[in-house]
Ligand binder design. Structure first.
Ligand SMILES: Nc1ncnc2c1ncn2[C@@H]1O[C@H](COP(=O)(O)OP(=O)(O)OP(=O)(O)O)[C@@H](O)[C@H]1O
Ligand SMILES: [Mg+2]
Length: 454
């Protein structure tokens, strides 16, 4: 039942309308003034407010304003007198859903009311669906609708809450770094720093100082005292990228930090305690490196407390349309660009050795080449992607949210191909049947069944 507040200083009209509204199933409360209405709005959450505009003291405009402010989803309708359209417009600006002019019949009021309720329902439903979609297909900026990504989001939500060490593995460009950042930003540590260190980008000799810092004079060139990354990440998250490239000597030191949560700056003997969460990432096979003696086994187990393996893009092709849409919006914001059928087929068929990063680059390049066209075509794609063998007759279907009617869908493809065959042959059914590798009689039968005029 909907709770409705009816506000009017004219008793006859008010009680008549209230009575008729109650007959229609509304739970009606009456107010004889704006002041009384504000009091009632303070006490109850109404779904609907209908108010006269012109009233002594607090007028209808004020009632609407405070109702909408308190209950943003409320349906609010104002009753105006003769020729006061300007007042009605004003009330709508203050948040009223609609207005009705005096004098009016009850049925007219019902009509306006039902329309406003329906609009409100649609608006909230759309907002809900939108938020659901956005929620479901992303986690902290990582997009994914495929099964493996959905499972990943579930896992990330859980591990973000803990402080356990995480080892992220995956081919280049699969999103290891954005996953690390998403974990930090969804963890209780989000108020502190996320400190990233790419172990392969820094020469071995400098890496130790970078990690642990140093005091003045610790080595030639150490002019002052400097904090290392471990210290900077105190109470936050330390992201060690490409951890597989670290020397065995440094691995030893890192192991101690992980075990004892303490370290010394280079050249100093004072031990510093830290509270850091470590997330490591690598695209090399650490288990194999352990077997070959290139990576310390004890460190491997210390890092691999929670393993997260990011699947290559070719194993989650369902994500491709979603990612393409996202990157189109990134590189051509607000332009609503799209991808042609043949280009999308090529994107779906390609192997993507460089994974999401490569896809992102391909879309950026295509946007640049499209030079203002709204459609990305096959020739806008890099040659290696264009050259991917794919079934040219296979339509690309971005599986709709609500599912699809398979027989109906297949019939539409069949109808389309038959039409194209007939076009190709100038309407000659014998030749069209040949092109389609079916008998002429089958073609005629299909035309009849598909409801296509012969
Ligand atoms: N699921 C995703 N949704 C949106 N963007 C993504 C996704 N995965 C990766 N990206 C984007 O792709 C690019 C590469 O991702 P990232 O740097 O995290 O990969 P990586 O696994 O660390 O690669 P590498 O091993 O080469 O360092 C980034 O621009 C990132 O934002
Ligand atoms: Mg990376």
């Amino acid at each position: 039942m909907s709770h409705l507040l009816f506000v009017d200083d004219e008793p006859a009209l008010r009680s008549l309308m209230a009575e008729r509204l109650a007959e229609r199933g509304f739970d009606v409360v009456q107010a004889d003034s704006g002041e009384r209405a504000l009091e009632l709005l303070d006490q109850f959450a109404f779904d609907i407010v209908i108010t006269d505009l012109r009233m002594p003291g607090v007028d209808g405009g004020r009632v609407i304003e405070s109702a909408v402010e308190r209950y943003p989803g409320i349906v609010a309708i104002v009753i105006t007198g003769y020729g006061t359209v300007k007042d009605a417009v004003d009330a709508i600006k203050r948040g009223a859903s609609d207005f009705i002019a005096k004098p009016f019949q009850f049925d007219e009021l019902m009509h306006v009311l039902q329309k406003a309720i329906e609009q409100r329902r649609l608006a909230s439903e759309n907002a809900y669906l939108r938020s659901q979609l956005e929620e479901r297909y992303q986690f902290g900026g990582i997009l994914g609708r495929s099964r493996p990504m959905q499972a990943l989001f579930q896992l990330l939500e859980t591990v973000a809450r803990s402080s356990s060490t995480i080892l992220i593995t995956g081919e280049t460009g699969t999103g290891k770094e954005i996953v690390a950042r998403a974990i930090h930003h969804n963890s209780p540590r989000r108020g502190h720093r996320f400190v990233a260190l790419n172990c392969s980008a820094i020469p071995e000799t400098l890496l130790e100082a970078e990690l642990f810092g140093h005091v003045r004079g610790a080595f030639t060139g150490a002019v002052g005292t400097r904090q290392g990354r471990v210290e900077q990440a105190h109470r936050g998250t330390l992201f060690l990228d490409e951890v597989g490239t670290m020397s065995v000597a440094l691995q030893m030191k890192l192991l101690r930090t992980l075990q004892e949560r303490e370290f010394e700056r280079i050249g100093d003997n004072q031990t510093i305690k830290v509270d850091v969460r470590v997330i490591a990432a690598t695209n090399s096979d650490l288990a194999r490196m352990v077997a070959e003696g290139a990576f310390r086994e004890d460190l491997y187990y210390r890092l691999n407390v929670i393993p997260i393996d990011l699947p290559p893009l070719r194993e989650r092709r369902d994500d491709i349309p979603l990612l393409v849409k996202h990157f189109l919006e990134k590189f051509a914001p607000g332009q609503a660009m799209h991808v042609s059928q043949s280009a999308m087929r090529a994107l779906m068929a390609y192997q993507w050795p460089g994974n999401v990063r490569q896809l992102e680059n391909a879309v950026e390049r295509a946007v640049a080449l499209s030079a203002g066209r709204l459609e990305i075509t096959l020739t806008d794609l890099p040659p290696e992607i264009q050259a991917t063998p794919h079934a040219t007759a296979m339509p690309f279907v971005d599986f709709p949210e609500q599912g699809l009617d398979l027989p109906g869908y297949l019939a539409s493809i069949e109808r389309d191909l038959i039409h194209r065959a007939l076009d190709r042959t100038g309407g000659n059914r014998n030749k069209a049947a040949d092109l389609l590798r079916i008998k002429r009689t089958t073609l005629v039968e299909k035309l009849r069944r598909l409801g296509t005029a012969p």
